[in-house]
Design a protein around this ligand. Sequence first.
Ligand SMILES: Cc1ncc(COP(=O)(O)O)c(C=O)c1O
Length: 391
Amino acid sequence: MAISEHIRELMSGSSWIRKMFEAGARLKAEHGADKVYDFSLGNPNLAPPERFPQTIRAILDEQVPAKHSYMQNAGYLETRKAVAKTASAEQAVSIGENNIIMTTGAGGAMNIALKAILNPGDTVLVPSPFFMEYRFYADNHGAELVPVPSAAGFEPDITALAAAVDKRTAAVIINSPNNPTGAVYSENAIAELGTMLEKKSRETGRSIYLISDEPYRHIVFDGLTVPPVMKHYRNTIVATSYSKDLSIPGERIGWAAVHPEADGGDELAAGMILANRILGYVNAPALMQRAAARLQGEWVDAEIYRKKRDLLCDGLEKAGYELTRPAGTFYLFLPAPGGDDEAFVEKLQKQLILAVPGRGFGAPGYIRLSFCVADEVINGAMPGFEAALDA
Ligand SMILES: Cc1ncc(COP(=O)(O)O)c(C=O)c1O
């Protein structure tokens, strides 16, 4: 057998994703990619802000010793200082540069955090629906992801989360603004979650870490801001990236921050730095770290996504779909008409529209539409959305 049994198992567990991508690829080959309306990917379609290429060009032209060499596994000091300032403002606590680790995207940040805290057999709780890769991230480090259904409006259900905590619980992952739901958690919910985790940590005799995955923090609409998480819970690790808010997911740059008062915080940060090295990331890309140091506070214009959200939601509502507008991200998560997500995704495919069934996120009965696409794709797909509803 060429591959391990475990990888084979993981691959067959996500067979519906393969099925979906194969169907999409087949439609594109048959009809031409420009005739297929692809709402399945979270790949931002906006160009990065103009200052991004300008900054990269400037850095390339500068004479800097060892510009392309390895550096400390945590990343450049100047970058970590710049990020620490941003993270302190966003999280409403004072975070020093030694509590920042530059990573290969948010995925890298999540993995070094989980590697540093998980023992085999541990569990990691997550409000569901959830970003499907979390299951693999927990599994990478010998733990099991335990989805806990969310409350109304896709807020975390604190009572249900509390009931799911036991001695095996090492961490809780939250993701706000949320992929796939687009929900932004209220500060109240985060404060309650912090209080609950403090209490449960005492009861179980083990520090339960809260991993806050925040790559969509700056993609929020209608004047909303995303509340700080660290302010409400000491044992917090923030994981994030520039993938979505600078529109550079292929560049693999992000960071992790450890709360300055986390239990065993210095050791935790040191463990995450080691994990960065030994998971084979070694360090975050050098050029991108230098750019990140200079681009704090720069991000794509969320208003463009807000307009896309409204273009899509107005059209779908007019066609007769029921939905709640997302408060952030570029995802719309709506009940699948008829109730069967896979069946409705197939109906959409007949109209050359690609969507993702909610079961992939632990929420059968819903579909996810990514609206990080050209307006022409949204407008062009509307007759198909109408026809799928009528079918
Ligand atoms: C919720 C969430 N977390 C993490 C990631 C991974 O981000 P990155 O590409 O920066 O690793 C994504 C990417 O889509 C995401 O949606």
